[in-house]
Design a protein around this ligand. Structure first.
Ligand code: ADP
Ligand code: DP6
Ligand code: CO
Length: 331
C-alpha cells in the first residue's frame, strides 16, 4: 500500500479545476514536539504532539490551472525551476490529487515567515496547498481528512489545518487515516508567542533528515517517546487549568529534550548558534527576576518565547526586535 493508493480511494475519480483559488494556513509551534517517524512514506509519527497555530503568520497559496505539462511554481514572487527541490516536492504532493489526470497549476505561494529556518514553513506551506487544492478541485473535504492529506506533504502540516491549540493524534492504522490533527476546545486569550529571530537563513539540515538521523543514530532517542507522552498529559492539564507555569515549563523542557537527542546523533546535529544560547540565558535571567517567560525551539536557531499579556512590556524590553503573535487575540 502506498500513499497514492490510499488517497486515490478518498477522492472522486474525475476532477475539474476552478479558475483560481487562494487560501491561507497558519504556521504552528509545537509545545510537545513531533520528532521521529514510525513510517516515512506516510509521515506517521512515533509520538503524538501538541501545537498552537500562529494566527496571521503562515502561507498564502494561489492555484491557477494552466495549459502545460508541468506545474509552474512561484515562491515569494520568484519563479522556481521545475527541477528545484521545492518545486519537485510541491508537484509530488499535487500528484497525489491529480493522479493520471492532465491537470497542472501555476502555484503562487508566499510565506510571511522565513522559509526552511525552523519556523514551520513546511507546516503552513503544505496546509495552505492542501486547502487550496480542496477549493480548486471543489472537493469539499472534512477538516479531519484535509489534515490527513496535509500530513503527507509534511507531518507538522496536519496541525496547521486548524487554529488555536491542536493535538496531532498519532493513530495506529497503517494507512494513516487515523493520524491527524484535532482542534482542542480551549482558548487562552492572554497567551503571547514571540519570535526571537536569530538567523532567518535556510538551515543546513532540514527537519526531515534531522529527525531521521536522530532516530537512526542517537541512543538517547529511546527515551523520547516516554518524555513526549508525559509532556502531552501535562500540557492538557496546563491548558485545562490555564496554568501558565506548567505550560511554559513543559514546553521548554520538551524542546530541550528534543534538542538533546539531536546533539546525541551522529554526525552531531546542533541547530543552535551562539545568539540562540544568549537568548536562552536572557530568558533564564528574566525568570530568576520573577518574569514568567519560557522558550521553545524547533529544528533551527530561532527561539519562540511564551509569555502572557501582562509581561509583554518587560519581555519586549529585553527582546526589542521580537515579533509577537496572540493566537487567541483576534477571536
Ligand atoms: P521549516 O522549519 O521551515 O518547516 P523544513 O525543513 O521542515 O523547515 O521544511 C522546509 C521545506 O518546506 C521547504 O524546503 C519546502 O519543501 C517546504 N515549504 C516551505 N514553504 C512552503 C510553501 N509555501 N509551499 C510548499 N512547500 C513549502
Ligand atoms: C522540530 O513536519 O517539518 O518542528 O514531516 O519530515 O516534513 P516532515 O518534518 P516537519 O518536522 C517538524 C519538526 C519540529 C517539531 C514539530 O513541529 O512538532
Ligand atoms: Co517543517
Amino acid at each position: 500500500m502506498t500513499p497514492a493508493e490510499v488517497i486515490d480511494r478518498l477522492l472522486p475519480s474525475h476532477l475539474q479545476a476552478k479558475a483560481s483559488s487562494e487560501l491561507f494556513a497558519p504556521s504552528n509551534i509545537a509545545l510537545c514536539k513531533y520528532w521521529g517517524k514510525r513510517d516515512r512514506s506516510f509521515n506517521l509519527p512515533v509520538n503524538a504532539s501538541l501545537s498552537v497555530s500562529l494566527d496571521y503568520l503562515g502561507t498564502h497559496t494561489r492555484l491557477t490551472p494552466i495549459d502545460a505539462e508541468v506545474d509552474e511554481v512561484w515562491l515569494n514572487g520568484q519563479q522556481l525551476l521545475p527541477s528545484a527541490k521545492f518545486s519537485q516536492k510541491v508537484s509530488a504532493f499535487i500528484d497525489l490529487f491529480r493522479r493520471q489526470q492532465d491537470l497542472y497549476f501555476r502555484v503562487e505561494t508566499r510565506n510571511n515567515i522565513p522559509t526552511a529556518a525552523g519556523l514551520a514553513s513546511s507546516a503552513s506551506g503544505f496546509a495552505a496547498l492542501t486547502l487550496a487544492l480542496n477549493d480548486a478541485l471543489g472537493l469539499d473535504l472534512e477538516p479531519q481528512l484535509l489534515s490527513v492529506l496535509a500530513r503527507h506533504g509534511s507531518g507538522s502540516a496536519c496541525r496547521s489545518v486548524f487554529d488555536g491549540f491542536v493535538e496531532w493524534r498519532m493513530g495506529q492504522r497503517e494507512d494513516g487515516l487515523d493520524s491527524h490533527g484535532i482542534a482542542l476546545d480551549a482558548e487562552w486569550p492572554d497567551l503571547c508567542i514571540g519570535l526571537a529571530k536569530v538567523d532567518a537563513g535556510e538551515k543546513a539540515v532540514d527537519s526531515r533528515s534531522g529527525m531521521q538521523r536522530t532516530v537512526e543514530t542517537a541512543h538517547l532517542y529511546q527515551s523520547w517517546p516516554l518524555q513526549a507522552a508525559a509532556d502531552l498529559e501535562k500540557l492538557h492539564q496546563a491548558i485545562a487549568r490555564q496554568d501558565f507555569e506548567l505550560l511554559g515549563q513543559t514546553a521548554e523542557q520538551n524542546a530541550l529534550s528534543m534538542h538533546a537527542t539531536m546533539i546525541a546523533s551522529w554526525p552531531p546535529l546542533l541547530y543552535w548558534q551562539p545568539e540562540s544560547v544568549a537568548a536562552m540565558q536572557t530568558v533564564w535571567t528574566l525568570r530568576r527576576h520573577g518574569v514568567p517567560v519560557y522558550f521553545t525551539m524547533d529544528a533551527g536557531p530561532n527561539l519562540k518565547l511564551l509569555f502572557e499579556q501582562q509581561c509583554r512590556d518587560e519581555v519586549l524590553r529585553h527582546f526589542p526586535d521580537l515579533e509577537t503573535v496572540e493566537p487567541f487575540g483576534s477571536r
